[in-house]
Design a protein around this ligand. Structure first.
Ligand SMILES: Cc1ncc(COP(=O)(O)O)c(C=O)c1O
Length: 483
């Protein structure tokens, strides 16, 4: 008898699933004791991948496939659970969320229509409602889950576009759209410019507003920009605030931005991909004061809410604003079926995963208080890392930590300013290619900067001190080599 291929509800299928899960777990635990990054370089990884046959003519035993995948694929991954894997904003996942992923995949409901996801539809709606309540949006609020912050920003800015000209969703951009501008800080995420391109406004419709010394949008600069736009006949259709920028973790002065957006009739979108998690904590929530005044909010749950990718939300102040997304289809969200909720009416996706399930399961199984403690730990860790950088003569803090990010560079004694960029590139690359540490590298105010992003609640102050010491030691070794 051949092994069941599908979950058909039979005992044989359940047994086969249980055995398959046990084999996956065996491989996962066997590959768990590694450093943060593989030391094999890109050429070797490519060669190893090319040697894999993804579609053999005949079946291979699952145990053998998984053993091979464990050795060649999983063992060569970035390991986000390692405290020295600290470059990016994607975190270790709550194990309860990872486990619930199995139920999502196994039941494979699609969130576009009620007749494909009956209870799931209302569960996502309930989850979104709870997020809105936590943020403090009014009862008119609504939202939808998306695959990530990029998708949420696109949807938020699409609503801004349609707010600027009712009917743009039907007949395209009006004649004056060439004068439309989106104002975002110079530290806003690249997906804002990308969204402007996708929406037909062009990337250059995004005006970068200057930031203060903390990397927050400078309100005086915003006022000047608005004046200049008015003088040239340009129309600000959206003000985008960022609650937790990618590189400095800065939170824009959201209430002031909300005032400016209201005064000029612009949509107020807040990219709280990072900062949305601060509302979990009574202590940290004041840092994002004004978030509740947004017309739309990007809240990533696969960042500081520790969900497996993808898990993000686009939240809106008024459910009616999502109306411009709705495109009825005779087979799907039929006009006559107005007694049911079809979430495709709120979404740019058609088929979509039931990601709300893993979120709901893991949030319930952790609890708000515990999650708040984890966010507070990471914010405290970033502050502590900032202090540690300040205390070291061989490191230079480039921006004060405000949420979970520390931006700095190596500055060993005796190295001229014009050699520092190359040195810092070299340090970051060597730590990465040797597999010792994944440290972020970006540019800040024209200079190469290193970045630690704390999303791993298991990271301790000792881990941070040791990582900073390793970065500084690498820089001093490079200076020794060059001398
Ligand atoms: C502030 C901010 N917004 C949006 C994004 C994009 O999110 P995603 O990677 O989930 O598309 C990021 C990613 O780091 C981010 O830092």
């Amino acid at each position: 008898m051949t092994a069941p291929l599908f979950l058909d509800g039979s005992p044989a299928a359940h047994d086969a699933l249980r055995a398959a899960v046990a084999e996956v777990l065996a491989v996962l635990t066997a590959t768990d004791e590694r450093g943060p990054f593989p030391s094999a370089g890109p050429a070797r990884l490519r060669e190893t991948a090319q040697a894999i046959e993804p579609l053999p003519d005949d079946a291979e035993p699952l145990g053998e496939v998984l053993a091979d995948v464990g050795r060649t694929v999983l063992a060569n991954g970035a390991r986000v659970t390692d405290p020295w894997c600290a470059a990016h904003l994607h975190p270790p996942t709550l194990l309860t969320a990872a486990a619930a992923e199995l139920a999502i995949a196994a039941t494979n409901q699609s969130m576009d229509s009620y007749d494909q996801a009956p209870m799931a539809t209302y569960v996502e709606d309930r989850l979104v409602g709870r997020l809105n309540e936590l943020i403090g949006l009014p009862a008119t609020a609504s939202g939808v889950l998306t695959s990530g912050g990029t998708a949420s920003n696109l949807l938020g800015l699409l609503l801004a576009r349609d707010h600027a000209a009712g009917g743009a969703n039907l007949s395209g951009l009006p004649a004056g759209a060439g004068r439309w501008r989106i104002l975002a800080s110079a530290g806003a995420h690249v997906s804002v410019r990308q969204a402007a391109a996708v929406l037909g406004l062009g990337r250059d419709a995004v005006v970068a507003v200057g930031t203060d010394d903390d990397g927050r949008m400078d309100v005086a600069a915003l006022d000047r920009t608005l004046d200049q736009l008015a003088q040239t006949g340009a129309v600000p259709i959206a003000v985008v605030g960022t609650a937790g920028t990618t590189d400095t973790g800065a939170v824009d002065p959201l209430a002031a931005l909300a005032d400016r957006a209201a005064a000029c009739g612009a949509w107020f979108h807040v990219d709280a991909a990072v900062g949305s998690a601060l509302v979990l904590s009574d202590r940290l929530k004041p840092l994002v004061a004004g978030l509740e005044r947004a017309d739309s909010i990007t809240a990533d749950l696969h960042k500081l809410w520790w969900q497996p990718i993808g898990a993000s939300a686009l939240l809106v102040r008024s459910a009616a604003s999502l109306g411009s997304v709705r495109e009825p289809a005779d087979y799907l969200n039929r006009t006559e079926d107005d007694d049911v909720l079809n979430l495709v009416d709120r979404s740019l996706d058609t088929s979509r995963r039931f990601d709300a399930l893993k979120i709901l399961v893991s949030l319930r199984a952790t609890g708000r208080r515990r999650l708040a403690g984890l966010v507070e730990h990471l914010v405290d860790l970033a502050a502590l890392a900032g202090e540690a950088v300040r205390r070291r003569a061989d490191l230079e803090l480039l921006a004060p930590p405000q949420t979970v990010t520390v931006l700095f560079r190596c500055r060993p004694d005796g190295v001229d300013e014009d050699r520092l960029d190359a040195l810092n590139v070299d340090v970051q690359r060597r730590l990465l290619t040797s597999g010792r540490a994944v440290v972020g590298r970006t540019r800040y105010r024209g200079r190469v900067a290193l970045k630690l992003t704390f999303t791993n609640p298991l990271t301790s102050p000792d881990d941070v001190a040791a990582l900073l010491a390793a970065v500084a030691a690498e820089a001093s070794a490079r200076v020794g080599v060059a001398a």
